[in-house]
Design a protein. Structure first.
Length: 212
């Protein structure tokens, strides 16, 4: 069994997958990767199951070291490596991921996936609940995560995912909204401003919500 060691974690690095749905009645959110599409593409490029555990990187920089040869694929924000393309990493060769010029999060899949125990059917880290992932917390320098066996399908470097699948960060993203029960309580001017204005994400933001 191989492993990956975190040499530099950046501001928020965590283990995620597609989450744990169907537990809302117990007060547990579905969680998982904030961009499930990017996480799926990164895994499928390597021949992993689409719900294999992977790393969710926030802003960076991140540095990793693998104990054996692995193939990785990154989707989401541009971290200085080719997006959506399998990249072979040799044992003990550091993999450096730089802060993105656009977007703030990316998902790094590793051939074989991150092999941590499942909690309620998922390996995703629930940071507010302090469970799942690695000790229920964000990753730190020195953490060593076990990896599953690399599958033969994860060794091909001959193809890549289309750019529109792999690079999901946008310079001017458009958010879709659904009218809630309180929509009619706002004035037409307020509704129009909300639907047509541009907003900037403030520093009051986390994986659950963002103040605009």
């Amino acid at each position: 069994m191989g492993s990956v060691t975190i040499l530099r974690a950046g501001p928020l690095l965590s283990v995620q997958d597609l989450g744990r749905p169907c537990h809302r009645s117990a007060g547990i959110s579905s969680g998982g990767a904030l961009d499930a599409h990017a996480a799926r593409v990164a895994n499928l490029v390597l021949g992993n199951p689409e719900d294999a555990a992977l790393l969710e990187i926030t802003l960076g920089p991140v540095r990793l070291r693998f104990s054996d040869e692995r193939v990785v694929a990154c989707c989401g924000a541009d971290l200085g490596i080719s997006l959506g393309k399998p990249i072979r990493v040799s044992p003990d060769e550091p993999l450096d991921l730089s802060p993105p010029s656009r977007g703030c999060r990316a998902w790094l899949a590793i051939s074989g996936g991150i092999d941590l125990p499942q909690v309620l059917g998922s390996r995703a880290t629930d940071l507010r609940g302090n469970f799942g992932g690695w000790e229920g917390r964000a990753l730190r320098e020195g953490d060593e995560l076990p990896l599953g066996p690399a599958t033969p399908a994860g060794t091909s470097e001959d193809w890549r995912a289309p750019n529109e699948w792999a690079q999901t960060a946008a310079a001017h993203p458009v958010l879709r909204v659904v009218e809630g029960a309180e929509w009619g309580s706002f004035t037409r001017a307020a509704q129009s401003a909300f639907l047509n204005a541009s907003f900037t994400v403030s520093t009051q933001a986390d994986r659950m919500g963002a103040r605009l």
